[in-house]
Design a protein around this ligand. Structure first.
Ligand SMILES: [Cu+2]
Length: 542
């Protein structure tokens, strides 16, 4: 397999200035786009290219995973599990019809022994690949989060065996919406520890929205927000439920604490905001001494809106993305801040000569997905209601809380006649149990509710493989409804709910729905969904 990138290019994967960025784009169409106007850290870029004998272009990239020493400007040197020695990993740019062909090298040490059951953290040195938000196959070698890319065993290390390599091959449908997605490891039991060490990268699907004249002339800037959990320059091992307590989060944008972006008065930039966070939902604003910069949101979770929506704040739960247009106004310093995060995420320096004619904002956009019609939902079988619920003090040992998903399709209790609040199985992840059988072509309504009384326990709901159309929050209709792949539910607000419509399309296979507060997921707040052909499976909801 050809490689362009991978370990040999580690030295360039950091804070590349404009010239380096253009070089990294190489032979792609990206050279047509306006480059960022000043030096601003951007991840390295890997792009698809024609491959002899293959009908459509392929993005070939090695993702080399091992402990690496990384310098985080504004924090210092850290030692952490990385993709290709950088935080975040390289940005992967494809178009509909292309294929991602990724080679994963597992250069991590052997896994420590584990005896605590599958719903406690385990196998921190195994991983896999999730292409978060993308509508691609969840099966085989594609977006299959039930695979495991294991490291060498102690015996293999002693014997000098080669580091294992694993392949992902993800075909992007030709009509895939153009937008912003991301990749990260998703092995149950290891996800949180790996993501808070910086294992995350951005996927850009290029397409129609990029050709809108006002967007084509705007600089295309990745803003990948990582939440690192570091103590003495390392991620502490996930050995107790209180793991994150007392370890402050370090937030970086493209691997730098509070980098500065230059924006000229009148200039419009397109920012691809990615919440590659594990624990913290981000309520984002841009404010300065002399006022705010408006955010003109053009997409949510990779799906372009019908028109830009001007908002004072953008809410990103863990895993969400938003594409926004920002136009430089009054000169001065502004900060991108998230509520509840004490330090600014990045600084915006509006400076320089004003543009002779301010750049325009588009008035309409090519919508990424059509809306679903609620009239397609018929019958009581089309409604699933799931509930995020925590029971404290259920287990002895370092992980006492039971993080459950109850309601439709809940994992059965070990003792159905007993005290369900103390049950060791009820509503907890069981990889052998199918919580939801979802038939292709069906349109269903889900309501996801939280019982959560603890403010710190927010529970973003994430469904793999298919977007859903959020129609209601707490029973109130959204106008317009918005496509998501992840939707936040705050802790401390028991009774809060979201309602969405979803049509299961194109791909069969077993995958998952889960809470995207990632230590909850590792502890069992996850379900198996099985996408099946229409004639398979039981009729109705299960
Ligand atoms: Cu949760």
């Amino acid at each position: 397999m050809g490689e362009h990138g991978g370990t040999s290019r580690r030295s360039v994967l950091k804070a590349i200035p404009v010239a380096g960025l253009a070089a990294a784009y190489g032979r792609t169409s990206a050279l047509r786009r306006a480059a960022p106007p000043t030096s601003f850290p951007q991840p390295a870029v890997a792009a698809s290219r024609p491959v002899p004998g293959v009908a459509s272009p392929v993005l070939e990239q090695t993702l080399d995973v091992r402990f690496a020493d990384v310098f985080v400007p504004g924090y210092g040197r850290i030692t952490t599990r990385t993709y290709n020695g950088t935080v975040p990993g390289p940005t992967l740019r494809v178009r509909g019809g292309h294929t991602l062909r990724l080679t994963h090298v597992n250069g991590l040490p052997p896994n420590p022994p584990h005896s605590g059951g599958h719903n406690t953290p385990h196998c921190p040195n195994s991983f896999n690949l999730h292409t978060h938000g993308m509508h691609v196959s969840p099966a085989g070698q594609a977006d299959n989060v039930l695979r495991e890319f294991a490291p060498r065993t102690p015996g293999e290390v002693s014997a000098g065996a080669a580091e294992p390599r694993y392949v992902s091959s993800v075909h992007v449908p030709v009509d895939h919406p153009a937008g912003t997605y991301w990749y990260h490891p998703h092995l149950h039991g290891a996800t949180a520890e790996q993501i808070v060490g910086g294992m995350a990268g951005v996927i850009v699907v290029e397409g129609d929205v990029d050709e809108v004249p006002e967007i084509r002339s705007a600089a295309d800037i990745v803003v990948c927000i990582n939440e690192l959990k570091l103590k003495d320059g390392r991620v502490p091992a996930f050995t107790s439920g209180a793991w994150m307590t007392g370890v402050p989060s370090t937030f970086t944008v493209n691997g730098v604490v509070n980098p500065t972006l230059r924006l000229r008065p009148g200039e419009v930039q397109r920012w691809r905001l990615v919440a590659a966070t594990a624990f913290t939902a981000l309520r984002l604003q841009i404010a300065g001494d002399d006022g705010e910069l408006a955010m003109h949101q053009i997409a949510q979770d990779g799906v372009t809106f019908a028109r830009p929506i001007t908002v004072a704040e953008v809410n990103l739960a863990m895993g969400n993305r938003a594409d926004i247009l920002v136009r430089g106004g009054r000169p001065g310093r502004y900060e991108l801040r998230a509520a509840q995060v004490p330090a600014p995420l990045m600084t915006i320096d509006v400076a320089g000569a004003p543009l002779h004619a301010p750049m325009a904002l588009p008035t309409s956009l090519p919508p990424g997905r059509p809306f679903l019609d609620e009239r397609d939902v018929t019958g009581p079988d089309a409604h699933r209601e799931v509930v995020f619920h925590t029971d404290p003090g259920v287990f002895t040992g370092p992980f006492p809380n039971a993080f459950r998903i109850l309601g439709t399709g809940a994992t059965p209790a070990a003792d159905p006649g007993g005290d369900l609040t103390r049950d060791a199985s009820y509503g907890l992840f069981d990889p052998g149990y199918t919580n939801h059988t979802l038939r292709l072509g069906a349109v269903e309504r889900w309501t996801v509710r939280t019982d959560e009384t603890t403010p710190g326990f927010n529970h973003p709901f994430h469904l793999h493989t298919n977007w859903f159309l959020l129609t209601h929050r707490n029973g109130e209709r959204l106008d317009p409804p918005v496509w998501h792949d992840t939707i936040g539910l705050a802790g401390g607000t028991p009774g809060d709910s979201v309602t969405f419509l979803v049509r299961y399309e194109d791909f069969t296979g077993r995958t998952i729905a889960h809470c995207h507060q990632l230590h909850h997921e590792d502890l069992g707040m996850m379900q198996i969904v099985d996408y099946v052909e229409p004639r398979e499976g039981l009729s109705g909801v299960r």
